[in-house]
Design a protein around this ligand. Structure first.
Ligand code: C2O
Ligand code: CU
Ligand code: CU
Length: 473
């Protein structure tokens, strides 16, 4: 049982500067939740922020009532339901929002769809494979600016079987939430929809529509941290918690040597066998579980984690300083990591569905659409039968990391029937569609009936309509 108060706080992120944040429990990232497989956890959220919020456990196999549907609001304490809650009604505090301004106000066209509470218990059964999940805000039209301001945290599901494998653990297991942010000279966060210099640049009317990129890379809330390690294997639990930035990570020692990233897990837990990468692409909301071996790296070496897709200072993400010799390292990466990956085949699928993720017009403005439609809470887009296996085929115009709630899936093909890429291995809940690419995934809609979502996890795209309802019946 956890209790989290969502509240404003001021943190020192850049040296000597004060950054106002919205937080889970006063820190960014929020408190890390540790759960055991099969043992339910209830998290009681109390909202002391000036705006309504919604909490979603990303990657959780969660009953619909605790999944954080975008209109299941936790209202601020002291809020009376009669009050208007447009951006103006919150004393300008919501000024970073405004994605929802596209359709005038908060886009909650159907007030009947809105349910509200003052505190809320979210119950997570944890009846799922061990994995690193994350929780974040999911309010309709305002998810991107809410995450930007700090509403994100990590959540682990663990079990005895995984712990018995002998993977690096304790201080050698490092959760790493990577997220870019932009700062004003006084230390406050800048979100481009607020930044007049961006808004008024000639010819740029909607500079943030592609998704917000920023020039400071934070890892667990700190800019470009340097983490000391000893000469041993380390397990990196990577999350790309950025709104829109993609990374292709590589590890470069200061003598030019590069270290492998040995991938042992995906979004939804361990692979069957490890996959070795020289570079590892990671799209928004994806997680990768990776072992890096510093055993033969000379003490004193700086190992930079770099982003090959970045430029200037966004090329750097964090660094490891090999500070000392390990006295011992009895960790291992077993040849077989797990044996319980679902083995769904194309032949098991009762249906194949197609979804186009493309830009389009939405209420007269720019929107991001699925199958030509922008999100509406009052329409069911897809109805699936409980326990049905389906193949979903996605096609993209530009980069779209596509995420399904409730289920994990496997990537069947890319680029029109070509085999998946090495980093597509395992059970995933978010898949990166590259520009112009089509991707097929297969899943079984098991667990719970109810109303869920699928959407692009470029958070700005999501707020601008690229989300749809999935009803499991
Ligand atoms: Cu990471 Cu619908 O969420
Ligand atoms: Cu999710
Ligand atoms: Cu997108």
């Amino acid at each position: 049982r956890y209790e989290i108060t969502q509240r404003e706080t001021v943190a020192e992120i850049l040296p000597g500067l004060r950054t106002p944040l919205w937080t889970y429990g006063g820190t960014f990232p929020g408190p890390t939740i540790e759960a055991r497989r099969g043992r339910p956890v209830t998290v009681t959220h109390r909202n002391e922020l000036p705006v309504p919020t919604v909490v979603h456990l990303h990657g959780g196999r969660t009953p619909a009532e605790s999944d954080g549907y975008p209109t299941d609001l936790v209202l601020p304490t002291g809020w009376s339901p009669g009050e208007g809650h447009g951006p103006g009604g919150t004393g300008g505090m919501d000024g970073m929002g405004g994605m929802g301004g596209m359709d005038g106000g908060e886009g909650m066209a159907d007030p009947r769809a809105v349910t509200t509470t003052l505190t809320r218990d979210y119950t997570f059964p944890n009846d799922q494979r061990p994995a690193m999940l994350w929780y974040h805000d999911h309010r309709m039209d305002f998810t991107a600016p809410a995450i930007w301001r700090g509403l994100a945290g990590l959540y682990f599901v663990r079990d005895d079987a995984e712990e018995a494998l002998g993977l690096p653990s304790g201080p050698r297991e490092l959760p790493l939430m990577i997220a870019d942010r932009a700062f004003a000279a006084d230390g406050s966060l800048i979100y481009p929809s607020l930044d007049p210099t961006l808004r008024e640049r000639p010819g740029v009317t909607e500079p943030y529509t592609a998704g917000v990129l920023a020039d400071v890379i934070l890892v667990n809330g700190a800019p470009w941290p340097v983490h000391e390690v000893d000469t041993a294997r380390h397990r990196l639990r990577l999350l790309n918690g950025s709104n829109a930035r993609h990374y292709e990570l590589e590890l470069v020692c200061d003598d030019g040597r590069r270290l492998d990233l040995v991938q042992i897990g995906a979004d939804q837990g361990l692979l069957t066998t490890a996959v070795t990468h020289r570079t590892l692409p990671i799209a928004p909301a994806e997680r990768y579980d990776v072992v890096v071996d510093f055993t033969d790296v000379p003490v004193g070496t700086l190992v930079r984690v770099r982003n090959r897709l970045g430029s200037g200072r966004t090329r750097d993400v964090l660094a490891f300083r090999v500070a000392r010799r390990a006295t011992s390292d009895d960790s291992r990466v077993p040849a077989v990591l797990s044996t319980d990956l679902p083995g769904w085949n194309r032949e098991d699928a009762v249906r194949v569905r197609d979804f186009a993720f493309r830009a389009g017009r939405m209420n007269g403005g720019h929107g991001w659409l699925i199958g030509g439609r922008a999100f509406s809470p009052s329409r069911t887009d897809v109805t699936v039968g409980l326990d049905d296996v389906e193949v979903w085929r996605f096609v993209a115009d530009v980069h779209h990391p596509v995420h399904l709630h409730l289920v994990g899936f496997r990537v069947l093909s890319r680029g029109g029937g070509k085999p998946p890429l090495p980093h597509d291995a395992g059970l995933k809940d978010t898949v990166s569609l590259r520009p112009g690419e089509s991707v097929e995934v297969i899943t079984r809609f098991d667990g719970y009936r109810g109303r869920y979502l699928f959407h692009c996890h470029n958070a700005e795209h999501e707020d601008m309509g690229m989300m749809a309802n999935l009803e499991v019946v």
